[in-house]
Design a protein around this ligand. Sequence first.
Ligand SMILES: [Zn+2]
Length: 334
Amino acid sequence: MSHVPAKSHVAGFRVAASRPQALAMACVALLLPTAVARAQLTPQQAKRIEAAVPTKARVAPKQARRVLIWNTPFMEQSPHKGYTIPQSEYAMRLLGEKTGAFEPVVSDDVAMYLPENLKKFDAILLNNSNGPWIRPTPQDMDKFKSYGSDIDAVEKLLRQSFLDYVANGGGLFAFHHAIGVPKWPEFLDLLGAGYWGHPWNEEVAIKLDEPDHPLVAAFGGRDFRLAEEIFQFNDPYSREKVRVLLSLDTTKTNMTVPWIHRKDNDFALAWIKSYGKGRVFYSAIGHRTEIWWNPQILSFYLDALQFAVGDLPADTTPSAQVPKDEAAKGDTHE
Ligand SMILES: [Zn+2]
C-alpha cells in the first residue's frame, strides 16, 4: 500500500474525491475486462513514476509555492481518462512533493476559478483537461449562489477570472489535450495555438530549437526520438507570439502520414510565452502512459513548472524576434 497516491489537502479547499485505493483496484482488476482494469494507476506504474521523478529541483524555490493540478470534472468523457490522466496526476504531484519545488493541490471543483481561490496558487497545471471544463453544471451552481443563478454569467466570470489570474502574474502549465477547449478563443490566445489533429502516433524525431535555452536543460543539448501521439497546431500559433522550445525534426520523421495540414513545416511541440505579467508553458507531450516515467520529460516538466511559478527565469521573447546569433549562443537574459 506504500504506493497509494495520497492527495494533497489544503484547508479550505474541496479536493477531488479520492480514487479507489490500490488494494481495491487490485481486486477490481481481477473482476473486470482488461481494458477497464488497465484504466487506472497501478502499483507497478506508481513505482516506475516514483523512480523516474527527479530528486532535486533545478533551482531552490524563492518562497513556498502552491500549484493547482486541475483535472477535468468531465473525466468520464475524457479521451485520456484512464491510461494517462491518473498517471500524469501522480507524476506531477510527485514533482512537487519529492523535490519540494511546490505543494500540489489536486482538484476538479470549478469553484477553484473564483478569484479568491486562484490567488492562493502560484500556477495552474491543466492535466489533459480538454472540454468545456470552466462551465459550471447545474449542480455546481449551489457554490455560486452569491453570483446569481445564471450559468452563462457565472461561466463568463470564471473565464475572466482565469485570464486575469495569468495576466496579473500567475503561471500556467498545460500539456497535450488541455489545448482542446471549445469556443474560447481567448484561451487559445493565452496558450498560443489551436489544436489541429494528431497526424502521428509513432516514434518521431524532436529537436531542441535552442539547445542552450534554460528550459531545455533536461535534454542535455541533444535532440531525441519519442514514440508519442504528436499534435499539429493552427491559429493563433505563430513564432511571432511564442518562444519555441521543441519542434518536430521533419527530416528524421515519417512525413508520409495522412492529415498533415501545415504547409510551412513548422511543427512546434513545446513553447513558452508571456501573457501580461504571467508566464505560460505549453507542451504537446502527454498522451502515452510511459511518458510519465520518462526521466527526461519529467525533468523538463519540473523545470517548466519552476518557470511557471516564477522561480526559474527564462526569456519569453517570441522566437521570430530573437536575433539569430543570440538564439545560437542561447542568451538567457531576462
Ligand atoms: Zn492524446
